[in-house]
Design a protein around this ligand. Structure first.
Ligand code: ATP
Ligand code: FE
Length: 338
């Protein structure tokens, strides 16, 4: 079975060809127009998707060495995301399915982030999580703890009541003058800094939920006060600021995951979403796993951030269930895990 996956929920246009669970191509065109604005500008994103979608699909087919006629089904991200962005991928997928007379499969972007753990590489070396497992989904728009019961059935047991972890990284980065998206830059600078140099206030939220808006505000005030005294404060302390901020965010994330493991008794834990690329989070996961006897799953390189391979693998599972949609399907910007 050969599936074409299409992802266009935010600011990356991506297409991927998957054959029997194995990825043969995963092309990602990342939009750079947003860097100057400190966040994604929806109108600019949908325009860039329109420009990118056909060349990206062409390249994905070419790299996989398949023709459009060899595709058995097309899977696309229906939501959540920016409506105008989703519209481009959805329309393309509908047109492609119609012209080739093949099934159309809608994919939930959040589930796809998690199901990226089931992608096989050509050598089949990646160990997949076993059901049920816990997923920490941390991205630009979401921070959730999820019980994954099977490929399609997932239950959210904790989530952020305000900002997502990725948003906390990006907004604090913006305060330091780092262009969007700041998460990867903080990760890099943190490696050279002292994680205990500064202390920031931590959320006091009951249960398994998260909150990151207080941290963002306390970071903003902290910087503002320091800069009043020393205008070069940020520049002089950038590495320590990044290390301390990352240490705090990772610690907050880990504390609730530990609690979720205690409460559910599930000791298989997978991280997913853009922030799962963070080296501090990956290290904390591995360390805790060896201390507590968990089994952890870190996404393979390239499958943390938005990509169409995760859409294709989700589409593959739905294909096996004959879970198809009709041509009247429309994007669903506020789609959730449920
Ligand atoms: P969602 O998946 O919730 O719809 P999204 O698709 O916009 O949101 P992703 O692409 O999954 O989000 O993740 C993007 C986020 O990941 C950004 O906030 C970015 O800063 C963050 N991110 C990426 N790499 C790293 C890293 N190494 N360290 C920290 N954050 C990172
Ligand atoms: Fe995403």
């Amino acid at each position: 079975i050969t599936i074409l996956g299409i992802e266009s929920s935010c600011d990356d246009t991506s297409a991927s060809v998957l054959r029997d669970g194995v990825i043969h191509s995963n092309i990602i065109a990342t939009q750079t127009v947003h860097m100057a604005y400190g966040g994604v500008v929806p109108e600019l994103a949908s325009r860039a998707h329109q420009q990118n979608i056909i060349p990206v699909v062409d390249q994905a087919l070419k790299e996989a060495n398949v023709t459009a006629d060899e595709i058995d089904a097309v899977a696309f991200t229906r939501g959540p995301g920016l409506l105008g962005s989703l519209m481009v991928g959805t329309s393309f997928a509908k047109g492609f399915a119609l012209s080739k007379n093949i099934p159309l499969i809608e994919v939930n972007h959040l589930k796809a982030h998690i199901l990226a753990h089931f992608i096989d590489d050509l050598k089949n070396t990646y160990d997949h999580p076993g059901f049920p497992f816990l997923a920490l989904l941390v991205s630009g728009g979401n921070s959730q703890i999820i019980i994954v019961k099977d490929h399609m059935e997932m239950e959210v047991i904790g989530e952020t009541i305000d900002d997502a972890a990725g948003e906390a990284f990006d907004k604090c980065a913006k305060v330091m003058g780092i262009p969007y998206p700041g998460g990867p830059v903080i990760d890099k600078r943190a490696k050279e800094g002292n994680p205990l140099a500064f202390e920031f206030s931590r959320p006091k939220i009951q249960g398994l939920n998260y909150s990151f808006s207080g941290l963002k505000t306390s970071f903003l005030y902290f910087i503002r006060d320091k800069v009043k005294v020393n205008p070069n404060f940020i520049e002089e302390n950038m590495n320590d600021l990044c290390a301390s901020l990352q240490y705090t965010i990772v610690d907050v994330l880990m504390n609730k995951v530990k609690r979720a493991v205690r409460e559910t008794g599930i000791k298989e834990v997978a991280i997913a979403g853009g922030v799962s690329a963070n080296s501090g989070l990956q290290n904390a996961m591995k360390e805790t796993a060896s201390k507590q006897g968990w089994k952890v799953y870190i996404p393979q390189l390239g499958y943390s951030l938005d990509n169409a391979a995760m859409v294709a693998i989700t589409g593959y599972f739905k294909y096996l269930n004959k879970d198809f949609v009709e041509q009247d399907t429309a994007p669903f910007a506020r789609m959730t895990i449920k």
